[in-house]
Design a binder for this molecule. Structure first.
Ligand code: M7G
Length: 332
């Protein structure tokens, strides 16, 4: 089935989240079992064969940023090229101020990146539905004891399917044409959040090969060479491929992450805000983590194992209830 026919077979159920400030909307619905998409390498991803029911799916639609090279194509200019604004309507005009609604043509340049980026998760689990639903966040303090009694058992409940996308990338089964760097320690590739065009919102992910590192909590002094290698190779790649200099990247680690297979988020330093997973408490700068591990090395303490971490949890997060109940008596 071609991509458009697949998309059109989506049966809308309800809007999960509206985020006008991010020009994004998230929908819940279903795809028929015959759902399939052809990947860039020609292989197919399809619905699960053994189910006879429709597949629950989440679709996120986000307006893409304007590429800088589009600027000259907005209206008639010295260039012979056609403009990309094909229709306009005046909304209002007062004094020296006027505002209009405009419609863009699918010009060649414009088509390259698309008007919208559409993310599909199919079949979507309950965890996905909770993750993409709007919810109030509460701060919790995770002591090493709470990690051992609440968080670690929570991580252990995850079936391998939860990180199957990671193992597929690491084994070479998925996204191979996109890989930017690969070594015996980690793999570097574009994050699915990136539209692959807009350099100002460049977003890469480095995934460690060692499945024993579940999160920030598991990092030890022995992992510093891995962390430094991620930092070095990320800078080398973005310099060679996109001409971005040292200092142009922000690299961070989420705690809590959604996926407990260690990875580092790498984004253009100019791309920031809590909406992009950089909230205080959630995002830990890679540089700071390296420094923390090195500075405390002499004391012989595995610092990240012994720290108390404070972070926000959405009320639908799997850890929310157990953490709130367990920490109640500990908050002083
Ligand atoms: P996280 O900190 O575990 O959770 O990061 P978050 O999603 O709450 O940030 C996982 C990162 O992996 C996110 O930045 C995702 O966008 C990215 N990601 C997730 N999946 C399922 C894929 C995928 O299949 N391919 C790629 N390239 N990136 C993914």
């Amino acid at each position: 089935m071609d991509v458009l026919s697949t998309l059109n077979s989506f049966k809308f159920e309800r809007t999960l989240n509206e985020e006008p400030e991010k020009k994004r909307i998230t929908l819940l619905g279903t795809f028929p079992v015959s759902w399939s998409l052809t990947r860039p390498d020609g292989t197919e991803t399809r619905g699960i064969e053994y189910t006879s029911k429709n597949l629950r799916a989440i679709i996120r639609i986000e307006k893409t940023a304007f590429a800088p090279e589009l600027a000259k194509l907005f209206f008639h200019s010295e260039s012979e090229r056609p403009t990309i604004v094909t229709s306009v309507k005046l909304i209002q005009s007062t004094d020296i101020y006027s505002w209009l609604a405009g419609w863009l043509s699918p010009s060649e340049e414009h088509q390259r990146q698309g008007d919208v980026k559409i993310d599909i998760i199919c079949p979507a689990t309950d965890d996905h539905v909770w993750k993409y639903s709007p919810q109030k966040s509460t701060l919790v303090r995770e002591t090493p004891e709470l990690y051992a009694s609440v968080v670690r058992p929570y991580i252990n409940t995850f079936p391998p399917a939860r990180t199957r996308w990671v193992t597929k990338i690491l084994s070479g089964e998925a996204e191979q044409e996109a890989v930017l760097f690969s070594s015996s320690e980690f793999i570097l590739l574009p994050d699915m959040k990136w539209d692959l065009h807009t350099i100002s919102s460049l977003y890469l992910i480095a995934i460690a090969r060692d499945p024993a590192i579940h999160s920030l909590r598991d990092l030890r002094l022995g992992h510093v060479p891995l962390l430094k290698s991620i930092r070095k190779e990320a800078y080398r790649v973005v310099q060679e491929k996109w001409g971005l200099p040292t200092g142009s990247l922000r690299m961070w680690i989420h705690y809590q992450p959604s996926y407990y297979h260690f990875h580092v988020h790498i984004a253009n330093a100019g791309y920031e805000g809590p909406a992009f997973g950089m909230a205080v408490g959630q995002a830990h700068l890679l540089d700071d983590v390296i420094s923390l591990l090195e500075t405390t090395a002499a004391s012989g303490i595995d610092i990240l194992e012994h720290m108390t971490f404070t972070y926000g949890l959405g009320e639908q997060h799997g850890l929310y209830r157990p953490m709130i109940e367990a920490q109640g008596s500990l908050v002083k």
